[in-house]
Design a protein around this ligand. Sequence first.
Ligand code: URA
Length: 243
Amino acid sequence: MPDRLDAFLSHRGFGSRSQVRELVRSGKVTVGDAICRDQARHLRGEEVRVDGVLIETGLTAATLLVHKPLGLACSHDPGEAPLLEDIIPEDYAHLPMEPAGRLDRDTSGLLIVTSSGDLIHSLTNPRRHIAKRYRIAYSGRLSAHAAERCAKGMQLEDDPKPTLPARLILETPRLDGLSTATLILHEGRYHQVRRMIAALGGEVTALHRDRIGGLDLPRDLPPGQVRELSEVEQASLFVEQGA
Ligand code: URA
């Protein structure tokens, strides 16, 4: 899909869509050899200049592998700062980068952030059944048939549709009394892990995602670090893995 002129300029630091519209109307913007006053003009590789200065096209697409640290919100609302976008390098600021499914502010782990709407759709569409693996610490005691209830699909409060079958693996309680578990989901509803554990009688105290499809969060990527996803890694997102 070609970029619209207003999106192109806005993603390169020329302000909001309305500021860009004013700029374009002022006649300072040229597309190819001609002044363009239509902010909705689709670009097909022409050179764009503002006040005669060529605007670099830069990268046209990117997909990043992010180790989301605790404390960042996956939104663009400055009122919710600090934001995930604060750790995305400037080089990608002109691109419409979005996370493929959100993690809560107090969840850490593997996140794919991409300019590709198709990739986001493929990773988040429950029909694609991409597994997401969560490591959980929780307080309280889970009901005796917790794993069976997850496997069958369970009814969550305020949600008419039962969850898709999920795999819950309860771990032996640790000496310090902390209870831990692994949950593998094939969908991503709002606060889903926390709500499922609550429905089973527990309360999540820490949550970390360490795998999507067949891609593990790389051990050499510390929290807060970001790097480009390789093609091999992207393909592995769609490969099924066991627990
Ligand atoms: N489920 C949750 O409850 N929170 C997350 O961040 C991800 C899945």
